[in-house]
Design a protein around this ligand. Structure first.
Ligand SMILES: NC(=O)C1=CN([C@@H]2O[C@H](COP(=O)(O)OP(=O)(O)OC[C@H]3O[C@@H](n4cnc5c(N)ncnc54)[C@H](OP(=O)(O)O)[C@@H]3O)[C@@H](O)[C@H]2O)C=CC1
Ligand SMILES: O=C(O)[C@@H]1CCC=N1
Length: 273
């Protein structure tokens, strides 16, 4: 892949996960700068991955070919206004990983026809197992799209969406989704502890079941998820009883409502931020 000079504005959980995945995947650390007001997170990334750590957003953005906006959505407008007063974004590629801040909003904040790609990543990028949705307005060049795709492919898999609303749907299915699985796994671990297993053993059982199931899905592209489920579910057996409880208590409906709530929140944020 091409290597460009990248500045991350924000050094939090998601920026850190992408930086870790990039550097561990071979992206030159020397080409990455991370900017945040306090030294705590950015210096930890600098120490761990060898990237540059600085506090001056505008100076770092001005020197970069690629600026990754990785602050919380509610701070994005203030951060962008401060950048715009000092940085000329023409000729730069801007990548936003924020939920709920649209291309239209970024153009209003940073300049018309801003060269921007919206990315919706997730934290498993940290271990090279990320899933990112990507959206770019029509005028973004093939070269910039290819660079962004290669960048995010180096920390996981990618999926382009044609319509910007697709980013909100990606949030529901991938950006927020690790937390759904963690909640499910936490509940399983807690029940095993109630059953008398020590925490460490309970976690191991749950962790291996989850990562094994995910690996099996990945290794069986032609097999539906329903079929994989059925292969575990012996007639009259234990799994059938467990799934009966989950269906009686409407787990599929709960999941659907939760995903719809994530999408609705992203749409609210688009109006708010
Ligand atoms: N967490 C996730 O799983 C995902 C998050 N996202 C998106 O990523 C973005 C960041 O989220 P997340 O990493 O979780 O947030 P965090 O709260 O972990 O990190 C936010 C970072 O922004 C920094 N920051 C605050 N103010 C400024 C400023 N004025 N200039 C530069 N940096 C600043 C903070 O600095 P300091 O280190 O000094 O506190 C911190 O490093 C959000 O927009 C979110 O929607 C997208 C997909 C998944
Ligand atoms: O919770 C959030 O808003 C962000 C976006 C997706 C994951 N975390």
């Amino acid at each position: 892949m091409q290597h460009r000079n990248i500045t991350f504005i924000g050094a939090g959980n998601m920026a850190g996960a992408i930086i870790a995945g990039l550097v561990e995947g071979g992206y030159p650390a020397d080409l990455i700068t991370v900017c945040a007001p306090s030294a705590t997170h950015r210096d930890a990334l600098a120490e761990r991955y060898g990237v540059h750590s600085r506090s001056d957003n505008a100076a770092c953005a001005a020197e970069a070919e690629v600026v990754v906006l990785a602050v919380k959505p509610q701070l994005m407008a203030d951060v962008c206004r401060a950048l715009r007063s000092e940085v000329d974004f023409s000729g730069k590629l801007v990548l936003s990983i924020a939920a709920g801040v649209t291309v239209e909003r970024f153009c209003a904040l940073l300049g018309d026809r801003l060269n921007i790609v919206r990315i919706m990543p997730n934290t498993p990028s940290l271990v090279g197992k990320g899933m990112s949705g990507l959206y770019a307005p029509d005028y973004v060049t093939a070269d910039d799209r290819d660079f962004t795709a290669a960048l995010m492919t180096s920390v996981g898999k990618i999926c382009w969406v044609d319509d910007e609303h697709g980013i909100n749907q990606v949030i529901a299915a991938a950006g927020s989704a690790p937390a759904y699985f963690f909640l499910f796994m936490e509940a399983m671990q807690q029940e095993m502890e109630r059953q008398g297993f020590p925490a460490e053993k309970a976690r191991l059982l749950v962790q291996q079941a989850a990562s094994g199931a995910a690996a099996l899905v990945e290794a069986s592209p032609g097999v539906s998820l329903g079929t994989l489920r059925e292969r575990v579910t012996s007639k009259g057996g234990t799994t059938a009883e467990a799934l009966k409880v989950m269906n009686e208590q409407k787990l599929p409906e709960i999941v659907a409502s939760a995903m719809q709530a994530a999408i609705a929140r992203a749409q609210d944020m688009e109006k708010q931020f």
